[in-house]
Ligand binder design. Structure first.
Ligand code: SF4
Ligand code: SF4
Length: 298
């Protein structure tokens, strides 16, 4: 039986496609965006989280870890992720429930059954299921089987993708979806690499192909302070997307919902304390796309 690594299943989701949806978050991503709101999505492995606010330094976890993967550094509990096997002994030992695991293996049947619980809501609202991440296409065999299982029940299926997938695989997977939410982080390949760790050529070439096939695509641009938020950035995005004959573009203002997760994962956060952006901050930015004749909204 096929299993996938999932880090969250969110019911009654309203921002990942039309209507009421269930969003299934796949764990693991080929990009490492500096502003990522779901840092737990980046690693393909399960990860132990520590809530330092709950820890009373009893050291029970340090003593019980069978792999000696927990250490005290600067008076704080730290997990050595190279030696941790996600056995959960520490989480079960901790008297304060300060340790938890991020990521779980799920079968096709488990996810399908969970999604089916809300099928009446999907039908009434024009919703369905969105496969998000991380990058769901990075678990291609599991993804294909899950899509085919959901399709047996005639559920509308969307995918949220980075587009950073081998082109042969992308051409096989993309047409399976009723809607593709395709993220573009930067118009310049050099800057794309600075912000995400990878260049944008493969992403733009997959996007070009998908648009040529007339797949149903909403292009989404996360607008990030001091990265891609200038009016010149807006003009260059608009030029690129107009050239590709894109017809639906959504701007996603930068937010800080993920900040606490960096702490729990003991990761440094490049955008710590950076001010969030709101719809009113992006009025001029949006206008650049509209003036170019693009169907763009926030
Ligand atoms: S999950 Fe297991 S291996 Fe990992 S830190 Fe906890 S006790 Fe150690
Ligand atoms: S067992 Fe829990 S409370 Fe004790 S040191 Fe470990 S994380 Fe802190």
């Amino acid at each position: 039986m096929k299993e996938g690594t999932i880090f969250n299943i969110q019911k009654f989701s309203l921002h990942d496609g039309p209507g009421i949806r269930t969003t299934v978050f796949f764990k693991g991503c080929p990009l490492k965006c500096l502003w990522c709101a779901n840092p737990e999505s980046q690693s393909f492995e399960k990860q132990i989280l520590i809530d330092h606010d709950q820890c009373v330094h009893c050291l029970a976890c340090v003593h019980t870890c069978p792999n000696h993967a927990i250490h005290v550094i600067d008076h704080m509990i730290k997990i050595d992720h190279h030696h941790c096997t996600s056995c959960l002994t520490c989480a079960n030992t901790c008297p304060r429930h300060a340790l938890s695991i991020e990521g779980d293996t799920k079968t096709i049947e488990e996810i399908t059954n969970l999604c089916l619980q809300d099928i009446d809501f999907y039908e009434e609202s024009g919703g369905g299921v969105t496969l998000s991440g991380g990058e769901a296409m990075s678990q291609p065999f599991f993804l294909k089987e899950l899509v085919s299982s959901l399709k047996e029940h005639k559920i509308h299926i969307a995918i949220e993708t980075t587009g950073y997938i081998n082109d042969t695989l992308f051409k096989e997977l993309a047409p399976l979806f009723d809607l593709i939410l395709f993220d573009i982080k930067h118009h310049s390949s050099k800057m794309h690499k600075v912000g995400t760790g990878v260049s944008n050529e493969l992403i733009l070439s997959n996007l070009k192909w998908a648009l040529e096939q007339k797949l149903n695509i909403i292009i989404r641009i996360p607008v990030i302070p001091d990265y891609n938020d200038s009016l010149d950035d807006a003009r260059q995005f608009a030029d690129t997307l107009s050239h590709l004959q894109a017809n639906q573009i959504q701007l996603l203002p930068f937010h800080q919902y993920g900040e606490k997760k960096y702490e729990l994962l003991n990761l440094s956060y490049h955008y710590k304390n950076k001010k969030a952006l709101y719809e009113e901050d992006l009025k001029d930015y949006l206008e650049v796309f509209i003036e170019k004749g693009l169907n763009c909204y926030i």
